[in-house]
Design a protein around this ligand. Structure first.
Ligand code: SF4
Length: 71
């Protein structure tokens, strides 16, 4: 897997979000929720980190945390 494939859209922690749930931003790019860490707790409720499908970070994981136990 090349660096260009290590995007949020290919990460096991990413969950595509339907347009109706998007409350901010004007990008036409698909957004999703990163579920690597727990959501922030705000007075208005909980809020998961939102990323674009082309975003990436150093915690990218294609297989998931349980993959090592499968061998
Ligand atoms: S921000 Fe990092 S951990 Fe979260 S979905 Fe994107 S690549 Fe995965």
């Amino acid at each position: 897997m090349g660096q260009s494939d290590r995007l949020c859209k290919n990460c096991c922690y990413w969950q595509r979000t339907v347009a109706e749930d998007i409350q901010e931003g004007t990008s036409q790019e698909t957004l999703g929720i990163c579920r690597l860490i727990p959501p922030a707790v705000l007075e208005s409720g909980t809020r998961w980190p939102m990323t674009k499908e082309s975003d990436w970070c150093g915690e990218f994981d294609h297989l998931g945390p349980d993959a090592a136990n499968e061998f």
